[in-house]
Write a new protein. Structure first.
Length: 157
């Protein structure tokens, strides 16, 4: 597996999301066209903690799912941008420049553990199916060695 380190500047160059909705802080591993590892540092300053829940802050499950989706989009954009020569031969991916991936579906979603301020949410995503207009990924979010959430997600361009 290739090791890669992409910081927030590289992430901002790849994702259209911005604060307060950017939910990936760093990419730590990348196997082009296959899988990516990233993380989000969860801090008490996150705006959603003001209302979810006062006195017992918990990261909303939909935002954990969204962080996995953002990691998946990074897998696609970083692979396409930095490793175009390694694209699988059966994939005829159109130019991604200026295109945005939209969440289309989520399947087999399970939330297994609370994510709280001070946690580091580790995100692992891998391609299940990659097409020209839609793709499907498997995602796992962990805190330490405990699974916080898992899902299969579909996106379209």
């Amino acid at each position: 597996m290739l090791k890669a380190l992409y910081d927030i500047k590289e992430i901002l160059a790849c994702l259209p999301h911005r604060y307060p909705f950017l939910l990936v802080d760093r990419v730590v591993t990348l196997e082009p066209w296959a899988k990516l590892g990233a993380y989000k540092n969860v801090t008490y300053n996150e705006p959603f903690f003001q209302g979810h829940f006062p006195g017992q802050p918990v990261m909303p499950g939909v935002l954990i799912l969204e962080s996995m989706a953002q990691a998946a989009f990074l897998l696609l954009t970083l692979s396409s941008r930095d490793f175009p020569q390694q694209i699988p031969p059966d994939i005829k991916l159109e130019d991604l420049s200026g295109r945005i991936g939209y969440f289309a579906a989520s399947d087999r979603v399970k939330f297994r553990r609370r994510v709280e301020p001070g946690d580091r949410l580790d995100l692992d995503v891998s391609f299940l199916r990659l097409g020209t207009r839609a793709w499907k990924v498997a995602g796992v979010a962990k805190v330490g060695d405990q699974r916080a959430a898992e899902a299969e997600m579909t996106a379209t361009f």
